[in-house]
Design a protein. Sequence first.
Length: 135
Amino acid sequence: MKYHSSKIPVETARNEQMIDITSKVQEVVNAAKVQSGICIVFSMHTTCGITINENADPDVKKDIMHHLARIFPESESYKHLEGNSNAHLKVSTIGPSETVLVEKGKLVLGRWQGIMLCEFDGPRNRSVTVHVQGD
């Protein structure tokens, strides 16, 4: 069994955005030289999450961000007073990580799927930990 971990730096440009990091994650899988196993992608932040969703139609990303903003508006009265309470709630909904199968050295994703970093409190320099294990 092989184990390989790496950190991917991601610089976000806006307060809220979704960035496709699939190719960067695949680079880590390539470096791990694992043919069959799993890949865990984990955000090291409480206001930035990871999800798998469509990477072909940009309107899907817009819809996700729009509806999360409706569910968790900035103007709501929150107990946490740092101004980013809604970002914490959005990440709790999206989640901090995804696990993806690896087969024949490649991430196993559907035709339109991509691994997305979801920024909710940017712009910032973010760090994503990628752990690959397998044979």
